[in-house]
Design a binder for this molecule. Sequence first.
Ligand code: ZN
Length: 467
Amino acid sequence: MSRLFFLLALSCLGAIGPVSAQASDDDAFAIRGLYDDVLTRSSCHEWLRHLCKRIGHRASGTGAYLSAVEYTRQMLDSIGCDTVWLQPVMVPHWDRGSVEKARIVQSRQIGTQELSVAALGGSAATPVLGVTGEVIEVHSLDELEAMRPEQVKGKIVFFNRPMDPKQISAFAAYGGAVDQRGSGPNLAAKMGAIACLTRSMTLKFDDVPHSGATNFEDGVAPIPAAGLGIQSAEMLSALLKKEAKVTVNLQLDCHRMPDVLAYNVIGEIFGSRFPNEIIAVGGHLDSWDIGEGAHDDGTGCVQSMEVLHAFRRMGMRPQRTLRCVLFANEEFGLRGAKRYAEAAAADKTRRHIAAIESDGGGHTPRGFSVDGTEQLLGRNFKRTLEWRNLLAPFGAADLDRGYSGADIAPLRPQDVLLFGFRPDSQRYFDYHHARTDVFENVHKRELELGAAAMLSLVWLLDTYGVQ
Ligand SMILES: [Zn+2]
């Protein structure tokens, strides 16, 4: 098929788009063309290389985050967006510091032993010599809450419930365990614990500690809290089964700093027929401050940029306005997402009809989750399922109702059809919030297959609209 013929065919399909709501052979032909283009001409792997290797991790509130803002603004400009702008938002700034150490200091069996730890975002610092206390192991918030205060006071609480290996989706396994990290330290603090260790949120059996946000309620003084590598957690747990008392010393020098001005980065291609209808596609530009924020969520950012890039590269003018949104501060407060949703609600001249978020890593695409109000889903979900036939040849046909993503979820009340890009989940938590989340662990082809799947969904939404 000549390229010229293909482009003519695509522009014809665009012109007749909304007349037929039924997916057709023409659509299959068009999507094949979109995949061919992304798989041979994409820039997203090189953009990711720059984000990871030249800028590095991009924690909320840091200068590196602002470097990433400037780089992606320039890239969106260079691919020919009609407009690119920065949406200001104040974000929290938590600094890890340079000391994070833990060791067993008193054990009959092994004496002293180092433990592998990473401070959790929002953790308090310890005194210079650390906090030292007896460890108590629990497996849930309920189990801790059922204890008597004197059992917890002055102790180090150790949450050790693994992600459930029986779950086939690693995202589901994460969802079933992450309350220990997000809320465990807060409960431990309220019950008088001096520190908290949480088993890392991963299914990989190694000793790489994983970070992530932990939240303390207003009025609860934060305590030192750290993620513990899986092998360290297993060793500590085994020791606690043999010995009545195991004592650990934890040293952290992290601290909270004043809020900082940051930005969501937004690029736009104006729609030719329905410019007031917006289809947004995005990921979050911030990351944790260990690793390079490659899978979380550099991949989602560059895939989203690639969607607009492909439209420009192929000479396609969308009917509806396409937006690439790179959100600030997903990891530690969601301020960018909230700011974006507020601005969208305040814009009375245009409205979002659909949004797609890629924040599940850059692995092989499987499909999309679909979310929205019941009424909106009632009008659109069945039709969306018909698109499975179009995505099946590319392995991206899993379309199910489910949560879309933290950055676009605040758009839900505005009657926006929400999609979460769903790649294969098995290796995502090997890297998530850990020093192993680096560029080298992203596979170029898998990254591009994801961008092509997102482009295909955007193309279908642009062609058929939302009812
Ligand atoms: Zn993320």
